[in-house]
Design a protein around this ligand. Structure first.
Ligand SMILES: NC(=O)C1=CN([C@@H]2O[C@H](COP(=O)(O)OP(=O)(O)OC[C@H]3O[C@@H](n4cnc5c(N)ncnc54)[C@H](O)[C@@H]3O)[C@@H](O)[C@H]2O)C=CC1
Ligand SMILES: CC(=O)[C@H](N)C(=O)O
Length: 409
């Protein structure tokens, strides 16, 4: 018998036969009910201990309830979803939204290596370049189209969702409406679909989720968050909404606050830290760079390989290791002048000049200077590999060792 996804409900009744608290858990196909009975019995026992006060003559009832299509949009106020996936042992089926940006293609590469090419679907609203299109499954997906997104998740039996779609800091300040739509309304669609289908959901946050009244050096996981950009406000909203859906509906929400990410083979999407990518291309190409931030503007930064590995590691971390659902991750902090000095070690005649972008400068001045990521290191073993010297060597080698040699002579 192949049943569709069913909710197995464990409901507790007190001695007046009044229902105390529905305790739901997503099950699996009923055809596997027999093999999973020991788990069900353990969960029922846990439910009794969790919900029943000692000496109470309450009883529990376990019933299989077929879902039609329960979404938090329609869920009754007293429901609580605690999805327990019994298919953990199988490979996840991953959907990456906003996958054609600076980070998505690289993430797809490492996830496909880990889980198999056809288990990772890249999506975006833009046309993929041919090498991306031919490297694995790609699908058009606009996160503002709730119905289409839901169909993609159902038709492809998605179990993990990595939500990369966003409008970044500087672009967002130039188009607040668009940033609000994509970063907030789009996120709501993602949360509802993830909760409805019991997905494991990763949503990245950012150093931009902090503001001028946050401690800046270092910035801990938990502190005042009053960002002054629509990007930062929308990311704090994502953190809070993701954690609410986790506690209210049992959504397996995981979130990392990324520093400025630096990559050689992909372009940034219009943020405040973009200078730290452009400098390498300009240094390699013509030995000079015009920087749009002040020389002493220090920001937390990270090489893309560390970022994507952290994302996979936190997604694979056993739930019991996650004392929190939103973590800072850190690798290094540097200013433009410190970065230029490191580049000069490899390209001695490299010259940096400054032409300040006052919008980006104001944003950078409100952001953390240093990130405290002690919780990520303690809870799930986070450790970065790339510090500033390794970053510069890797970036310059990747972008063009030949042009580096030409400048050095
Ligand atoms: N790159 C970085 O330095 C950092 C990135 N992050 C976060 O990581 C995620 C990925 O970042 P990047 O790849 O750098 O972003 P990006 O700006 O390079 O790419 C974002 C992608 O979202 C897509 N998108 C826009 N509107 C969409 C819609 N309605 N539906 C579907 N897709 C849509 C765009 O086409 C684009 O390909 C974002 O959420 C960002 O906030 C956080 C901190 C640092
Ligand atoms: C740090 C980020 O979130 C992004 N690179 C931006 O500068 O907007």
């Amino acid at each position: 018998m192949t049943a569709s996804l069913d909710i197995l409900s464990i409901t507790v009744y007190n001695d007046q036969e009044k229902r105390i608290e529905p305790f739901y858990l997503y099950s699996f196909r009923l055809s596997r009910l027999v093999t999973e009975m020991p788990v069900i019995r353990a969960l029922t026992k846990a439910a009794k201990q969790a919900l029943l006060t000692p000496g109470c003559r309450c009883r529990t009832a376990v019933t299989a309830v077929r879902t039609i299509s329960v979404s938090p949009r329609q869920v009754t106020s007293d429901a609580s979803f605690h999805s327990v996936s019994f298919s953990e042992t199988d490979h996840p089926k991953v959907l990456i939204t906003g996958g054609l940006g600076q980070l998505g293609v690289g993430l797809a590469k490492i996830l496909r290596k880990r889980f198999g090419n056809n288990n990772v679907i890249l999506s975006d609203i833009r046309k993929p370049p041919s090498h991306v299109f031919h490297s694995g499954p790609f699908i058009y997906s606009d996160i503002l189209d709730y119905k289409n997104l839901r169909e993609i998740v159902v038709n492809n039996r998605i179990t993990w969702l990595v939500h990369y779609s966003a409008v970044l800091s500087a672009v967002g300040e130039a188009n607040v409406q668009l940033a609000r739509e994509v970063n907030i309304t789009g996120l709501h669609n993602i949360l509802d679909i993830a909760a409805e289908h019991g997905l494991r959901l990763f949503v990245p946050s950012t150093i931009g989720a902090f503001g001028p009244t946050s401690p800046r050096d270092p910035t801990p996981d938990l502190c005042v968050q009053r960002p002054r950009t629509i990007y930062g406000v929308s990311k704090v909203h994502a953190e809070l909404m993701g954690e609410y859906y986790h506690h209210r509906y049992g959504l397996d929400f995981r979130c990392l606050r990324y520093p400025g990410i630096i990559s050689a083979d992909s372009q940034p999407g219009g943020g405040t830290t973009d200078y730290a990518v452009a400098i390498f291309h300009d240094a390699s190409k013509n030995g000079k760079f015009e920087c749009n931030l002040k020389p002493g503007t220090r920001l937390p930064m990270m090489y893309i390989d560390d970022c994507l590995r952290a994302t996979l590691e936190v997604m694979e971390a056993p739930t019991e290791q996650l004392r929190m659902r939103t973590y800072n991750i850190n690798a290094m902090s540097f200013s433009p002048e410190e970065l230029a000095a490191e580049v000069k070690k490899q390209i001695p005649d490299f010259q940096i000049t400054y032409n300040i972008d006052h919008i980006r400068q104001a944003i950078a001045d409100s952001w953390p200077m240093n990130f405290d990521d002690g919780n990520a290191r303690n809870d799930w073993g986070w450790k970065h590999d790339y510090d500033l010297p390794e970053l510069v060597t890797t970036m310059l080698n990747f972008i063009g060792s030949d042009s580096r040699l030409a400048h050095a002579n």
